[in-house]
Write a protein that binds this ligand. Structure first.
Ligand SMILES: [Fe+2]
Ligand SMILES: [Fe+2]
Length: 267
């Protein structure tokens, strides 16, 4: 059994300090196998915001796979936005914006979808899609494979209309060929989960998506601060949406899936 704490949209610069402290306490108590952070660590990609995000990550007690979001690219500093969009991120957060974690039961790949010219929808390059095949392809099927991006691959129920990540279909085709089971994303600040197939009719492999809300910021979209506590125990998987209830994180909703005849179905 593996546990993943899926955090997202931290937005340091607009963070709530009491939620930040509560989340550190929660992680220390629950000790996940891995923490995944699906982007938007800062509000405006400023050095002080990156430093605050980095010191938060340094307090988490697990291996971390973190990717940038659109807010981690400068918006107003046009020169830096185009010449070195991820300069602040790679200086302060991680020199590698696409980290990869792999042990005997879990393989987790971060893919950077943040682009200076594709602020809200994001995109993947053909090289990144090739890397999904290269990294996951040789890993046996018994290892549970997870992709982490900032921008979502499927629409988030209840959210206002939003674009989906560019080249998402090609990336999902590569994920399908490589035996990926789960895709984690953020950006919309609302939590949900579901199968990719109703949204991409030529994808045959059942792959789950989990969206996390904003874990620590004031930038709510009608939901409290949340993160996903994901328990991977094949053929079972559960997503516990944990929400900030003023003094601690508590379970808001649990969605359970079981893989039956190669299909993830709600349990
Ligand atoms: Fe965000
Ligand atoms: Fe975002």
């Amino acid at each position: 059994m593996k546990t993943i704490a899926h955090l997202s949209d931290l937005h340091f610069g607009r963070e709530d300090p009491s939620v930040v402290e509560g989340l550190v306490r929660e992680m220390e108590a629950k000790r996940p196998s891995l923490v995944a952070v699906s982007g938007d660590l800062t509000q405006r990609a400023r050095a002080g915001q990156f430093r605050a995000a980095r010191s938060f990550l340094d307090r988490l007690p697990a291996p971390i796979v973190v990717v940038p979001g659109n807010h981690d690219i400068p918006l107003f500093n046009v020169l830096q936005r185009w010449l070195s969009p991820l300069g602040g991120y790679t200086r302060h957060i991680n020199a590698d914006p696409e980290p990869f974690f792999h042990d005997d039961a879990l393989a987790v790949m971060g893919v950077n979808t943040a682009r200076p010219g594709k602020w809200s929808e994001g995109r993947l390059s053909e090289r990144q899609i090739e890397r999904i095949r290269d990294r996951f392809g040789p890993i046996p099927e018994r290892v549970f494979k997870v992709v982490v991006t900032h921008h979502p691959f499927i629409p988030v129920p209840g959210a206002r209309a939003h674009a989906l990540v560019e080249r998402g279909f090609q990336a999902l085709a590569a994920a399908e060929q490589s035996g990926v089971d789960l895709l984690l994303a953020g950006h919309v600040h609302m939590g949900s989960s579901g199968d990719v197939r109703p949204h991409y009719l030529s994808i045959r492999r059942s792959m789950l998506v989990a969206q996390a809300g904003t874990s620590t910021s004031h930038r709510h979209r009608g939901e409290p601060n949340t993160y996903n506590w994901i328990v991977v125990d094949p053929p079972h998987l559960s997503i516990d949406q944990r929400s900030w209830e003023g003094a601690a994180f508590e379970t808001r909703a649990v969605t359970r899936y079981v893989k039956h005849d190669d299909e993830w179905i709600k349990d």
